[in-house]
Design a protein around this ligand. Structure first.
Ligand SMILES: [Ca+2]
Length: 460
C-alpha cells in the first residue's frame, strides 16, 4: 500500500483523521484578519504543572506568566509530546510525532554528540521563513550537536544559545565539560545569566523587527538544572563539568530564583510587544517541554519528568493574542506541543510544502472561540512506556522493567486505564473493569506505533 494511503486508512481507523485533516494538505487557512501576525513561542524547560501561580502553584509567585494567561487563554489539558526535552522539541519543530523523525529520547552529551535531527525534516521556522517571516531561536536547541545540525540549517535566521540539554547558567559549559554558547554556527562566548541573555536577545530581536513579521522561538533553560540563581558562582569550567545539578544546598531556593528570572523574562517580552504597539498583531504562546524534576511541582498530577503519568507531560500552556483570544479564557481542549506548528502556519496564512503531513491540529478555532478541535486520539511513547488519550480515557502501558528500578512503587502497572475527568491523579486503574475499552485503546496504540515508526531509524 502506498504510504500516504496507508496513513489515511490508519487515521480513519484510529479516528484521528478529522483533527489532522482540519489542515488541508499543502494549504493553510489565511489569517482571518489578513496580514501576518508576529509569532512568539516561549518554551520553559522542565517547568511543572504545579510550578506556576495560575495553575495553583504556591512555591513561587509568577505574576508575569499569570498576567499572560489573564490576557489570553489558559489550557488545563496541554501536553508536551514527550516527558523529556529533545523529543518534545522535535515535535514542536516538525509539527509531527517525534517518532517519525527518530528523535525519541534525549540527545545526550555522552552518547549523541555526533548526531542530530535529520535536516530533511521540515520545521516551522522553514515554513514561516518562506512565508516572509524573520526567524530566530534564542536559548536551547537540543536537536543536534555538530554544526551541520545547527538551528540556522533548519530555518532560523539567527541563533544565540546552546545546543546541549543544559549549561552552567553563568559559564555556559555543558554537562560534559564543553563550552556551549553559540552565535549561529560559531562558538561566541557571552557574559551573563542564561535566562537574562535569552530574554535580552528576544527583546532586541522584537525591537529590530518591529516593522515586519517575525517568528521568535525563545527556548529558556529555566528551571532545568543546574540549580543556580543570578547571584551564584559559575561551577562548571571547560574540561571539568562537575556535578550536573550544581552544588547549591538550597535547591528549592535556587529553583524559586530561577523561575522568578523566567517570569521576569516573560514579562519583559510581553512589555516589549506592548511598548511597540504590536500587542494586537502578536500571538504569544508559553508552555513547558515536559513535567518537573528536582524541586519542581506537578500539582495534582501523578508522576514527573520521564514518566507517562500526567505529571510527566501535562504542562502549563498559555496563548495570548489581544483582539483574537478572549482575555481570561480557560479551555479544557486537549492540545499538544506538535499543534503549535500548524497553529502558527494557519495564523500566518503560510503554505505548507507539498506532501507535508502534519500530525498536529490547528488550535486557532479553540483560541478564537470560533470552533472546537475534531475528535482525535493523542499518543505518547517513551522508553518502555506508552499511552493513548481518547477523551477522558487514558490507557497507560509500561512494558518490561519498571522505568525506575530503584523506586518500583512509582512505576506504572503493566496495563492501566484511567478516567481522567474523575481521576486526574491516576489512582484508580479501571483496566479490569473495562476490558473492551482497554483492548480498543491498545489496538489504537499498536496501529499508531506501526504508522509513526514505519521505515524510521531511531536517533536515540
Ligand atoms: Ca525539559
Amino acid at each position: 500500500m502506498p504510504p500516504r494511503l496507508a496513513r489515511r486508512r490508519f487515521l480513519q481507523a484510529v479516528g484521528a483523521g478529522a483533527a489532522s485533516l482540519m489542515l488541508p494538505r499543502g494549504v493553510c487557512p489565511a489569517g482571518e484578519r489578513g496580514g501576518k501576525p508576529n509569532l512568539i513561542v516561549i518554551l520553559a524547560d522542565d517547568l511543572g504543572y504545579g510550578d506556576v501561580g495560575c495553575y495553583g502553584g504556591k512555591a513561587v509567585a509568577t505574576p508575569k506568566i499569570d498576567a499572560l494567561a489573564g490576557g489570553g487563554m489558559r489550557f488545563t489539558d496541554f501536553h508536551s509530546n514527550a516527558p523529556v526535552c529533545s523529543p518534545t522539541r522535535a515535535a514542536l519543530l516538525t509539527g509531527r510525532y517525534q517518532q517519525r523523525c527518530g528523535v525519541e529520547g534525549v540527545l545526550t552529551v555522552r552518547g549523541h554528540r555526533h548526531t542530530g535531527m535529520d535536516l530533511a525534516e521540515t520545521t516551522f521556522a522553514e515554513v514561516l521563513k518562506a512565508a516572509g517571516y524573520a526567524t530566530a531561536l534564542f536559548g536551547k536547541w537540543h536537536l543536534g550537536y555538530p554544526v551541520r545540525f545547527n538551528p540556522t540549517k533548519q530555518g532560523f535566521d539567527e541563533f544565540r544559545g546552546y545546543v546541549s540539554g543544559n549549561v552552567d547558567y553563568h559559564s555556559h559549559v555543558d554537562q560534559g565539560g564543553v563550552e556551549d554558547w553559540w552565535k549561529d554556527c560559531r562558538k561566541v562566548p557571552e557574559k551573563g545569566y542564561t535566562t537574562d541573555l535569552i530574554t535580552g536577545h528576544g527583546v532586541r530581536f522584537i525591537e529590530r523587527h518591529r516593522d515586519k513579521p517575525f517568528c521568535l522561538y525563545l527556548a529558556h533553560e529555566s528551571p532545568h538544572y543546574p540549580y543556580q540563581g543570578r547571584k551564584d558562582k559559575p561551577e562548571r569550567i571547560a574540561g571539568r563539568a562537575g556535578s550536573p545539578v550544581g552544588s547549591r544546598a538550597d535547591r528549592a531556593g535556587a529553583y524559586r530564583e530561577m523561575i522568578q528570572a523566567l517570569d521576569e523574562g516573560v514579562g519583559q517580552v510581553a512589555a516589549t510587544v506592548r511598548r511597540l504597539g504590536l500587542e494586537r498583531r502578536t500571538l504569544i504562546v508559553f508552555c513547558s517541554d515536559n513535567g518537573p524534576a528536582g524541586p519542581g511541582a506537578a500539582g495534582p498530577l501523578r508522576g514527573r519528568k520521564g514518566s507517562l503519568w500526567e505529571g510527566g507531560h501535562r504542562v502549563p500552556g498559555i496563548a495570548c493574542w489581544p483582539g483574537r483570544i478572549r482575555a481570561g479564557s480557560v479551555t479544557d481542549a486537549a492540545a499538544m506541543t506538535m499543534d503549535l506548528f500548524p497553529t502558527m502556519a494557519s495564523a500566518a496564512g503560510a503554505t505548507l510544502p507539498k506532501g507535508l503531513d502534519l500530525d498536529g491540529a490547528d488550535l486557532l478555532p479553540v483560541l478564537t472561540g470560533r470552533g472546537k478541535l475534531a475528535d482525535r486520539k493523542l499518543f505518547w511513547r517513551f522508553r518502555n512506556q506508552k499511552a493513548v488519550r481518547d477523551g477522558a480515557w487514558k490507557l497507560l502501558l509500561a512494558a518490561g522493567a519498571p522505568p525506575r528500578r530503584k523506586r518500583p512503587g512509582r512505576s506504572a502497572p503493566p496495563t492501566a486505564l484511567y478516567h481522567l475527568a474523575d481521576d486526574l491523579a491516576e489512582r484508580n486503574n479501571l483496566a479490569e473493569r473495562e476490558p473492551k475499552r482497554a483492548a480498543a485503546l491498545r489496538a489504537a496504540l499498536a496501529a499508531w506505533e506501526a504508522d509513526v515508526t514505519a521505515g524510521v531509524q531511531r536517533q536515540s
